[in-house]
Design a protein around this ligand. Sequence first.
Ligand SMILES: Nc1ncnc2c1ncn2[C@@H]1O[C@H](COP(=O)(O)OP(=O)(O)OP(=O)(O)O)[C@@H](O)[C@H]1O
Ligand SMILES: [Mg+2]
Length: 668
Amino acid sequence: MVKISELISNFMPRQGLSFRLLFFIIICNFFFAVFTTGFSLYQEYIADKAQILSNIDNIYTSFGQSVAVSVWNLNEAQIAVQIDGILDFPDIQYVRIRETIENVNIVLSEVGTPPKDATFGRSFILEYQGSEVGQLEILASLEGIYARLINKVIYVLASQIIISLLLSIVILGLVHQIVIRHLVKMVEYIRTSTPEGLEKPIVLDGRADRKEDNELDELADAFNFARTKTRLEFNARQLANEKLSYERDFTKTVINYSNTIICCLNSDLSIDSCNSAGSEISGINVNALLGEDWVSIFVEDGKQVDIQKSLMCYESIDSIELRLNESTNRKNTLIWSFAPFYDGGAIRFMIGFGHDVTDLKTAELQLTTLNNELEEKVALRTKILKETNTKLAVAFEDLKHAQQSLVETEKLASLGRLVAGVAHEINTPIGISVTVNSALEGEHQKISTLLDDKKLTKKKLDYFISRVGEATVLMGRTLETASDLVQNFKQVSADQISSKRRDFDLKTMISELLATLAPTYKRHKLSQDVPGGICLDSYPGALSQVITNLTTNALAHGYGESDKGDIRIKVEAPQGDKLIIVFTDDGKGIPPENIDKIFEPFFTTRRGSGGTGLGLNIVHNIMTSILGGRIWVESTVGVGTVFYLELPLVAPVFKDKKPAVAHHQAIT
Ligand SMILES: Nc1ncnc2c1ncn2[C@@H]1O[C@H](COP(=O)(O)OP(=O)(O)OP(=O)(O)O)[C@@H](O)[C@H]1O
Ligand SMILES: [Mg+2]
């Protein structure tokens, strides 16, 4: 029993919605039942009463005439029978018959108990043959109606109560199923929710796969939304709290461990709070500092009044240098800054920041002393440096002279080398000439002697003449070789070349040159690829000599007896103020060990066959000095040789004509 009552109270607590709902349903139902039942019973009562009166009217219709006859005849037995007959009708309780004699009514017969409400009935006039003979009164009882109505009331109320109860239970069950259990779940959910909101969102039983939301679903959604929002806000607040506490700890640590004094001053400039730096610097215990007048501790005597005035007016002070008051027995110097601290719109404190600059001050003093010393030292050093500089300048001059004389010496040496080379080359033809000359002298001596002795025969004269002829031819050839050598040698000094500067079209110049060279290259092919319209302001004679030398070299060194060479001259479009002429042959090529030497004077691989080794040296000198360009070579043995001639569109102008120095270096 206890358990059932507990179950009921759990299911339907007295203050619960279910209980109140049930209570209201029963009360309302009861009142509705009472009202409807009362209304219907009243209707029935009215109808029953009307029915009884109608019955009485019917009784009169049926019995009235016969009763009037019996009264006229004074037939009492008949009257008694008739009254019994009337009383047999339902609800008829009392019947009285009176006889009217000369307007006076005399009771003839009266049967039954008159009801309490003697008015509920009818009184009829009994007439016989047109004249009144008496009165018939029929009174009915309402008790029958009342008994029926009471039965009906009991039945209707009982059935209404049962229906109400059943209906309430069903409605309650439904309400519980549809509403209450979800509400209970939500309440339980909220009760057990934690601020962290780690639990899952609420899902109403049986509503996970719903198709449409009802009010409870919306309520649950609102719960979930509120839960998410609460959780987010909680997290944000927690984060903010953590940050706040971190910042508080951080600030506290910074303030406590700062070397700078940080203190809050009240309006009367007494110290409200101060960090440990204040105590360390002033030498006064932190607690002893509290409540003390800040000015009398931290400000030197002469400045106290001004500072006090400013601070009392809450003026911000920025970087003021103050020494500790003499009373502290310390000589520290601090730089103070003050800022007001507001609380709720009013200034609560002046916060002072005092940075101890005693060490800095000392250092500054030392620095000034050092600076002064340094300036003296610098002046001294500058003087020494000046003297050294003068000495150096003299030494530099000496060095320049030495270098000059070295260059001269080197020039002389290189000239010597050149002369030695020339001497070596020229020595052969001169030697031959000397030999031939001395032989000729011998022959001349012999013929003179013969002539003096008059022994000169025609045969001997013919022999002498033939010897002189041979000697002349030999000497002529040898001297010619020597002359050629000297001519070539003269050209080593590039500015000796008789060359006239002028504007010329490159394509035209190269075409004309190739035409003049045509007889020399016979079976070989010499082609050119030069764009038209390239105009140079340069030395066409010098450039012709360069190309001629390269062509001669290609033919002389590149190909064998039966080879058919393919020599090409290609000019790219000018890049800026320069252009490159590419001179290519497909001959034997230059071995790597020779490639660095080919521009040196007297380097030749054809010494025995008429080569002097001056050709490329002359080319190099012309390119680098007269034409103001560069030359370099690339070569692969068995594939061919490529000479690159880079030259400006406008050749340089030489003011003083010095002999160009030949560079004995191949540009690769
Ligand atoms: N196109 C080439 N192919 C292969 N070897 C070359 C070519 N041009 C020059 N040489 C090499 O470079 C050397 C030097 O050339 P350079 O013109 O200075 O002298 P040379 O031709 O031998 O004599 P010279 O020009 O005085 O008659 C040549 O002897 C030759 O070995
Ligand atoms: Mg040559």
